[in-house]
Design a protein around this ligand. Structure first.
Ligand code: MCN
Length: 790
């Protein structure tokens, strides 16, 4: 087969194309779960445990059933569905009882569900459900959970360890620690969560022996697989539709109890059922994140560089009742610990511990902010202890271009990147921003600058983490007879601009205007199989599948066009909107004509060419290991993005208030598809990172969540987010289509490390050093100042 040459037409990649979805979304024409209204639909409200740990003696729904407008009320005794996912050997599977049957393990755990004419009636009736719970002792922290006499959440396990991976044996690490000075720290990233604008929600309908589920998810096909396993229906009889999703941020990549209960109700009641999560429910039941404590020691040479790392990642997983992501961040954090540094060896153990809190799960960054916080804080500490400027110390360790490809001590294969250049540029910008702030600051303001640099594994395989889903995705590209194209893909949209991405890539590959491409995604009946959007995989995997499908279409289009032009296929090139004889724009044929011949005027086809002009391709990114190697190393990602952040803060020592006054990110996501989207992704990630470092927290006392509304859970507003400067460097990934690396999580990884260092820098004159925990709320900052003074 002959491939048409690409003419020198201008590329769409790298062009600041306004996002095609935005007009609809910002003018109120989006369709979210709350907009899904079906004839005869009833609404559900959940009865949730207000006790953190208890034996369920019984749940009486009789009074609720007698309430006005109530159609049904069920408890765990009625809903004996379960599925234990297949997991890797070092992880214990937790059974899915969507409504608690024997035990509750966190406040918010669903105990019963009431279905009524509307949400108000359902909630009134839910209050009448009488749950007989025998309280059990509460396990508050990971450390308490590991105590010898700790109460057990899952008595059959014999301990509270859902995940336990010992550190791999590594004589080189032992040798380095025997020989060199050891510098250690323990770094804690506190519990907070994604908190998207739109909480979760599910609508389900069972009709004509088929289940249709509308749910606010990032991964429709994963939901379908899990529903099939839990409800016992074949996947072909389940349709999962993702309407517009008002933010997912990883949290909506998990499959939750409500995702099973609402479809089960629709099947049982034979009428459509809807549940919409309210903000209070969201804060106590949608998965929480971070809550990780990393003990890290470095074997340090005289020049401050690190010869080996030893450590233990310990995560408070809450009750563990979430799938698929709960324990994943603990493993990903291990891969982040050596950063973009020349650290030859590392040896890290991992523990995921269950406690009586909301299950921990995915949140943008997925372990990378936590790992980056630990290594960056430790590097700062080494610098301080050895009297080496932390910027200079980083320069001594950061990978230089000639060292690539490089395999990190954790097993990441870095085949491209601009680690040194990104860091140098971030420092240049950071120093300039600090100097400018100093000039205009009121006397007495404490200003500081902090830097963080990291690598980010993108387009990862979940298989290596959960043992269930690998990393492939598909695209189905179909011409209509008028030359328009419909591209259906397995990735999902939740605000990151996926429609624009797909349209741009298809238009680029077929030399069509973007407007001629319609994009379909988020519906298991109309999109080809794919795993959705997470791990900053969308651009890479959709790009790979689209590139392959487009190649098939170009080949067939070339044959048809050559026949119509009475030219040799090898003399054709792809030109704007169609094909032309190389160098002769006058001898051309548009896709419109090619498509019409392929679909309706088939008598014009060249001999032997079949009708039709569509192609489906599936793409599995190369390069990732699906299981750890014998040495414990693991490369779960296709490619690695890198970035460096600079934060400038102003601290008021009297109140402890920290303000991030300037922020800059120099990042490298390979070839950029759309600079506008990339900047938006970074801005959003940095904003979330600022929130997670300074404001947002989910504290508990005796198993009771203390932040259950936005009165206690402080999200940053536009007033707290400074001007964020972004600069792009470009090291195309050799192994991905178009040289793309992902960017969706880049903004959120750097802020904890950069901001905490900046605060430390600002408060150095007051003797504050070695800040090892987040969040830096005013009271924490005041305490640090007082401790330094005493
Ligand atoms: N992009 C680009 N050039 C590149 C790489 C990406 O222009 N070289 C663009 C893409 O075209 C896409 C966006 O950047 O529009 C993000 O692409 P990618 O990094 O592939 O990430 P995904 O599409 O897989 O999105 C998931 C990622 C993750 S893991 C989370 S969490 C996240 C995120 O993106 N959640 C988001 N960004 C989000 N943005 C919004 N608004 N809402 C969320 O819930």
């Amino acid at each position: 087969m002959v491939q048409p040459e690409q003419s020198m037409r201008p590329t769409l990649l790298g062009v600041r194309v306004p996002r095609i979805e935005d007009d609809r979304l910002v003018t109120g024409r989006g369709r979210y779960i709350a907009d899904v209204v079906l004839p005869g639909m009833v609404e559900a409200a959940f009865v949730r445990s207000d006790v953190p740990h208890a034996q369920v003696r019984g749940v009486d729904t009789a009074a609720a059933l007698d309430s006005p407008g109530v159609h049904a009320a069920f408890s765990g005794a009625d809903l004996d569905v379960r599925a234990v996912p297949d997991l890797m050997p070092w992880v214990r599977g937790v059974q899915h009882y969507p409504l608690a049957r024997d035990r509750v393990r966190f406040v918010g755990c669903p105990l019963a569900v009431v279905v009524a004419d509307d949400r108000y009636l359902a909630e009134d009736a839910a209050e009448l459900v009488d749950a007989d719970l025998e309280p059990l002792p509460t396990v508050d922290t990971a450390e308490d959970a590991l105590a010898e006499d700790a109460p057990l959440l899952y008595p059959e396990w014999g301990d509270n360890l859902l995940l336990s991976m010992p550190a791999p044996e590594n004589p080189a690490v032992d040798e380095a620690f025997d020989r060199l000075r050891t510098i250690s720290g323990t770094y804690t990233t506190h519990r907070h969560a994604a908190v998207p604008m739109e909480p979760r929600g599910v609508v389900a309908e069972y009709r004509d022996d088929r289940l249709t589920v509308w749910t606010s998810t990032q991964a429709a096909f994963i939901v379908r697989s899990m529903l099939s396993q839990v409800l016992g229906l074949p996947e072909r009889d389940i349709r999962v539709i993702t309407p517009d999703v008002g933010g997912g941020f990883g949290q909506k990549n998990e499959v939750y109890p409500e995702d099973y209960v609402i479809p089960w109700l629709a099947m049982r009641l034979r009428r459509p059922v809807r549940w919409l999560e309210d903000r209070h429910e969201h804060l106590i039941t949608a998965c929480h994140a971070r809550d990780m404590r990393i003990e890290l020691s470095a074997a340090v040479r005289d020049d401050g560089t690190i010869a080996a790392l030893r450590g233990r990642v310990r995560t408070d997983l809450g009750s563990g009742e979430v799938f698929p992501g709960g324990f994943g961040p603990s493993l990903v954090a291990v891969g982040s610990l050596c950063g973009p540094y020349r650290i030859p060896h590392q040896c890290v153990a991992v523990q995921g511990v269950v406690t009586n809190k909301t299950p921990l799960g995915a949140y943008r960054g997925f372990g990378m902010p936590e790992g980056t916080f630990a290594i960056e804080r430790l590097v700062d500490k080494i610098g301080r202890e050895l009297g080496i400027d932390p910027v200079e110390l980083r320069r001594r360790m950061i990978l230089e271009p000639h060292e690539l490809p490089y395999e990190t001590a954790a097993g990441a294969r870095l085949d491209s990147g601009s680690h040194r250049a990104a860091f140098d540029r971030a420092v240049e910008i950071g120093e300039r921003l600090l100097a400018a702030e100093r000039e205009r600051a009121e006397p007495g303001t404490h200003l500081g600058v902090g830097y963080a640099t990291y690598i980010e594994g993108v387009a990862a395989s979940a298989f290596s983490i959960t043992g269930t889903f690998s990393g492939q995705d598909s695209a189905d590209v179909r011409f209509d007879a008028d030359g328009g194209v419909t591209a259906a893909v397995g990735i999902s949209a939740m605000g990151q601009g996926a429609h624009t991405t797909v349209a741009t890539l298809v238009a680029e590959e077929l030399a069509l205007p973007i407007e001629q491409v319609r994009v379909v995604m988020g519906d298991t009946d109309t999109a080809p199989f794919g795993l959705g959007s997470w791990a900053s995989r969308g651009a890479v995997v959709a790009g790979g599948a689209i590139a392959q499908a487009a190649e098939v279409l170009r080949r067939k289009g070339t044959e048809i066009a050559a026949h119509l032009l009475e030219a040799a296929p090898e003399d054709l090139e792809l030109a704007d909107g169609g094909f032309q004889v190389r160098g002769s724009p006058g001898s051309s044929v548009p896709w419109e004509r090619v498509a019409r011949v392929a679909l309706t005027r088939t008598f014009e086809l060249p001999p032997g060419v079949a009708p039709g002009l569509d192609a489906r391709a599936s793409y599995e990114p190369p390069g990732m290991d699906h299981v750890p190697r014998p040495d414990g190393k693991m490369n779960a990602s296709t490619t690695y993005t890198n970035a460096a952040h600079a934060a400038v803060v102003a601290v008021d020592p009297a109140t402890g208030e920290v303000q991030v006054v300037r922020y800059a990110v120099v990042h490298d996501c390979g070839r950029v598809i759309n600079p506008l989207t990339v900047a938006g992704q970074i801005h959003g990630g940095v904003a979330q990172g600022i929130g997670g470092t300074l404001y947002e927290q989910l504290p508990y006392e005796d198993g009771q969540p203390l932040a259950t509304t936005f009165m206690e859970y402080l999200l940053p507003t536009a007033c707290e987010i400074p001007d964020i400067a972004t600069e792009e460097l470009c090291s195309p990934a050799p192994e991905t289509p178009f040289g793309i690396k992902g960017v969706g999580e880049a903004g959120i990884i750097g802020p904890p490390a950069a901001i905490v260092r900046a605060v430390e820098h600002a408060l150095e004159p007051l003797g504050v050093a070695d800040i090892d925990t987040t969040p830096l709320t005013p009271s924490v900052v005041r305490r640090l100042i007082e401790e330094a003074a005493s």
